[in-house]
Design a binder for this molecule. Structure first.
Ligand code: IMP
Ligand code: MG
Length: 182
């Protein structure tokens, strides 16, 4: 079956985990906390492509203070069961030196992606580095990093929508769905 047909089939039987209204409320609360900490800091706000694109687009208009944006593209080799290698497709364009950096991603799962991104950023001598995710999964982790801002708590299921994909599809959906487990 091709990915498109599979994505259609998966969605037809999926479970709605977090509805649109709840997601919007989570963005409101995230933006409030971020504003409290960063409104006077002239931050550099960075999306982790591709999943961080939607949370970034939702959070930016809720942050009514001066900031600049950038993006980076880093993705895990998810076909390996044990490897934690991060594949960098795009490093940030702007210098992070002396910047108050906020990194925005879709989800904190095992945490290796965000931990590696933070390690990279720390090597660029920022003034500070913070991380925000729309959602965090309830899993045991080996990484010590905790995101500074978390919008929603999710069970350990494969989810999609709000930036998260199922085989490249459904990042555009305004709610969060869980793939039905057989
Ligand atoms: P981590 O390194 O395990 O924390 O993986 C985080 C990255 O994996 C996220 O940025 C997502 O791109 C992706 N990911 C993790 N869990 C899911 C999921 O349930 N659905 C879609 N993508 C996911
Ligand atoms: Mg990702």
């Amino acid at each position: 079956m091709n990915n498109h047909q599979e994505a259609l089939d998966v969605h037809a039987s999926a479970e709605l985990l977090i509805d649109h209204k709840t997601v919007q409320h989570a963005y409101d609360e995230l933006a409030k906390s971020i504003t409290r900490d960063l409104e006077d800091k002239n931050p550099l706000v960075m999306a982790v492509m591709n999943g961080g694109l939607v949370p970034m687009g939702q959070l930016l208009p809720r942050m009514h203070f001066s900031l600049r944006i950038d993006y980076l593209h880093a993705t895990r080799y998810r076909d390996k069961t044990t490897g934690h290698d991060l594949q960098w497709k795009q490093y940030p364009q702007r210098s992070l030196e002396n910047e108050h950096v906020l990194v925005i991603d879709d989800i904190f799962d095992e945490g290796h992606t965000l931990a590696a991104i933070v390690a990279y950023c720390e090597g660029c001598s920022p003034a500070s580095i913070r991380t925000a995710v729309l959602a965090e999964k309830d899993v045991d982790r080996s990484v010590t990093l905790k995101p500074d801002y978390v919008g929603l708590q999710l069970p350990n299921k494969y989810v999609y929508g709000c930036g998260l994909d199922y085989k490249g599809y459904w990042r555009n959906l305004p709610a969060i769905y869980a793939v039905k487990e057989n």
